[in-house]
Design a protein. Structure first.
Length: 406
């Protein structure tokens, strides 16, 4: 399994960046463009790095205090590059060891090796901030060997890490209150039937204006961040009159500014990025929206079956007769007193075109969030009715939702 990890950023000072209306320029040189011009900052790249159990142990300070039951097998496998084979054995061992209970490593505080949590992005990203919040964690938790946070460049790698046993949990961004759902991650839930939703976290977005320690606003000339963060702060940035540059990742931009000592450049990023890279927070909640209006919804994912006891259930389905049956699907739950809190849809990539009674439809996969556990008789009954007219039905998980206010 190959995880995409961030490359060392100390080389980025010499990398070119594309500028609107020009060929290229030094990413750290002054620009002749007008105020508020927008350009693409390309000094943020990713490399492919092989993930191994030994490498994951080094990330948490030399390994757990309690040896893994398969420690000897792991050591032998590491010599021959067969770590993933042992990861598969570990998954079988967990299934045997847990009996009818939860997975042996589902609780971050349980004995054994650290809980390995994979997230999209790099160190200091908003997703790492969410991963830490999902497990009530701080950097101290990782240093103590209780948790191991593993970055990856995309959610495809995160799902693969769950399936091959190199990660125990994944934290996936699913929706932003201003920009809507992240549909690609919904598609991944359908493509990977063994992965289930086991938790949900609602986390307010806190865009921070970051700069080197001692920097003042009057000396700033430009600001870097991901396009989404820049869009959330458009009005505030307009008042500052800074040159705006887009970066592929806000946390990598923060690391680049910190490592190269660039004093005239600010970054819009997370509080965790400031802490990770030693930057000063010039202003918190820099976004245009009032606090609490901009929130992200993350889901915690794991391999295995749902225990059906959470307060919220997500079900995906397709309809044999097309969208005309959507009302029947909603009524299957509404008539039983089950509240539907969210409805979403995605093209049915397995069968994008459906012909019903000589009429051609673009077929869709629908997603419903239900207020109630899968084990609730009303929810169970609604799902049984759904099976009567839906071509495909899958419960994606039954889980609890946590709302944080910082």
């Amino acid at each position: 399994m190959a995880l995409r990890l961030p490359a060392n950023l100390h080389t980025y000072a010499s990398l070119p960046c594309k500028k609107s209306g020009a060929s290229s320029c030094s990413s750290s040189s002054s620009s002749s463009s007008s105020s508020n011009s927008r350009r693409r900052f390309s000094g943020i790249n990713l490399i492919v790095c092989s993930s191994s159990l030994d490498e994951q142990r080094r990330r948490v300070g030399g390994g757990p205090a309690v040896a893994s039951p398969l420690q000897v097998a792991e050591e032998i496998a590491a010599r021959f590059g067969l770590e993933m084979a042992v990861a598969g054995l570990e998954r079988i061992y967990r299934e045997y060891d847990r009996g009818d209970g939860p997975p042996a490593f589902s609780d971050p505080g349980s004995p054994g090796r650290p809980l390995r949590v994979v997230y999209q992005g790099v160190r200091g990203s908003y997703c790492q901030e969410a991963a830490a919040a999902a497990f009530n964690s701080s950097t101290a938790a990782e240093d103590s060997g209780r948790l191991s946070f593993l970055p990856c460049s995309n959610m495809e790698d995160a799902f693969a890490a769950l399936e091959d046993g190199s990660a125990d949990r994944a934290v996936a961004p699913m929706e932003n209150s201003l920009d809507g759902p992240i549909h690609r991650n919904l598609d991944l839930l359908i493509r990977h039937p063994g992965v289930r939703i086991v938790g949900e976290l609602i986390l307010p977005v806190d865009h921070c204006l970051l700069a080197l320690p001692g920097a003042c606003r009057s000396a700033l000339r430009r600001v870097l961040s991901h396009p989404q963060a820049l869009a959330h702060c458009r009005e505030r940035l307009g008042c500052l009159g800074l040159e705006i540059e887009e970066a592929s990742n806000a946390a990598s931009a923060a690391e680049w500014v910190a490592e190269n000592g660039i004093r005239d450049t600010a970054v819009i990023g997370s509080k965790m990025a400031a802490r990770e890279f030693g930057l000063q927070v010039l202003e918190r909640n820099f976004q245009d929206q009032p606090p609490g209006a901009n929130v992200n919804r993350y889901q915690q994912l794991a391999l295995g079956s749902s225990n059906g006891t959470g307060k919220k259930t997500t079900v995906a389905f397709s309809l044999e007769r097309g969208p005309t049956d959507l009302f029947r699907a909603l009524w299957a739950f509404e008539s039983r007193g089950v509240r539907v809190s969210r409805v979403d849809h995605r093209p049915n990539r397995a069968n994008p075109i459906r012909v019903v009674e000589k009429a051609t439809y673009m077929d869709y996969m629908f997603f419903l969030d239900l207020e109630g556990p899968e084990s609730d008789p009303r929810v169970e009954s609604g799902i049984r009715v759904l099976h009567e007219f839906a071509g495909f039905v899958r419960v994606l998980g039954s889980y609890d939702c946590t709302c944080r206010t910082r």
